[in-house]
Design a protein around this ligand. Structure first.
Ligand code: NDP
Ligand code: 8X3
Length: 250
């Protein structure tokens, strides 16, 4: 079995790679940071004898993405599972003060990037009449919170795209699932706060956040169900979180 994970160089994507490697899957690891991806591939080869293919591209670049995914070596073309995970938040500001460049990056990565990857890989699944696409959404795709309008809009788009993809791919026997996490301690907040590590650490104070591994476990679970069962949508939070703005912190 072969899985392609976007954004495997960190966080949830890296944890997914480790989880599926444990089960003996072949991995296509993608992201922009080649060194991280190569290190991960080496680690997994040593620990699990995993065969990995590393592809370095920026999902915002339509040409680069199509080139990387449409010219896969023959033996890597049959992808059973695609995890559309690459994504980010940048900034936490009211719209009237928002950084337009940050908005563009979030929209280009979280919406357009997911679409470019899906457009490149779904025809192969359609031709084979099987496959599973897992989109990583967010609690921010269900709720909006102050200062997070644009990130939230991108994750609402992932929610809509997942529903639409499920409808379009229905008659081709392709599973489509959204997994929507609440707060998970990854590089997400470091990226959001532009590597202000104190700000980032503050997000995870006073409660036990999810780990990438928790989400990876669920990603793996949804691929283990019988062929006639599709999990459409899962919202997963730390025990201490009941909504985007509802917390029980110590
Ligand atoms: P990380 O920052 O740890 O990982 C993000 C991954 O996305 C990295 O591997 C990064 O790789 C990749 N990525 C970002 N931009 C691009 C790009 N332009 N092209 C290719 N790859 C890119 O964060 P998480 O693991 O937490 O995030 C994974 C997903 O989970 C995201 O979609 C995020 O929105 C979502 N999510 C996260 C939550 C959280 O609390 N952590 C909660 C809900 C959802 P590289 O930099 O090497 O390109
Ligand atoms: C990440 C979770 O609440 O920071 O999608 O938007 S949140």
């Amino acid at each position: 079995m072969t899985i392609l994970i976007t954004g495997a160089s960190s966080g949830i994507g890296g944890a997914c790679a480790r989880r599926f490697a444990r089960e003996g899957w072949r991995l296509i690891l993608t992201g922009r940071r080649a060194d991280r991806l190569e290190e991960l591939a080496e680690e997994l080869a040593l620990e699990h004898q995993t065969e990995s293919l590393v592809l370095v591209f920026d999902v915002r670049d339509r040409q680069e993405t199509a080139q990387a995914l449409e010219t896969l070596p023959q033996e890597w073309m049959d992808i059973d599972v695609l995890v559309n995970n690459a994504g980010l938040a940048l900034g936490l500001q009211p719209v009237q003060d928002g950084e337009v460049d940050d908005w563009e990056t979030m929209i280009d990565t979280n919406i357009k990037g997911l679409l470019y990857v899906t457009r490149a890989l779904s025809p192969g699944m359609v031709a084979r009449g099987c496959g599973h696409i897992i989109n990583i959404g967010s609690v921010a795709g269900r709720e909006v919170y102050p200062n997070g309008a644009v990130y939230s809009a991108t994750k609402h788009a992932v929610d809509a795209l997942t529903k639409g993809m499920r409808m379009d791919l229905l008659r081709h026997g392709i599973k489509v699932t959204q997994i929507a996490p609440g707060a998970a301690e990854t590089e997400f907040s470091a990226v959001r706060f532009k590597w202000d590590m104190e700000m980032a650490a503050g997000v995870y104070k006073g409660y036990e956040p999810l780990k990438g591994e928790d989400i990876a476990e669920v990603c793996h679970y949804v691929t283990t169900l019988p062929p006639h069962v599709n999990i459409n949508d899962l919202l997963i939070m730390p025990l201490a979180q009941a909504g985007a703005l509802v917390w029980h912190k110590r």
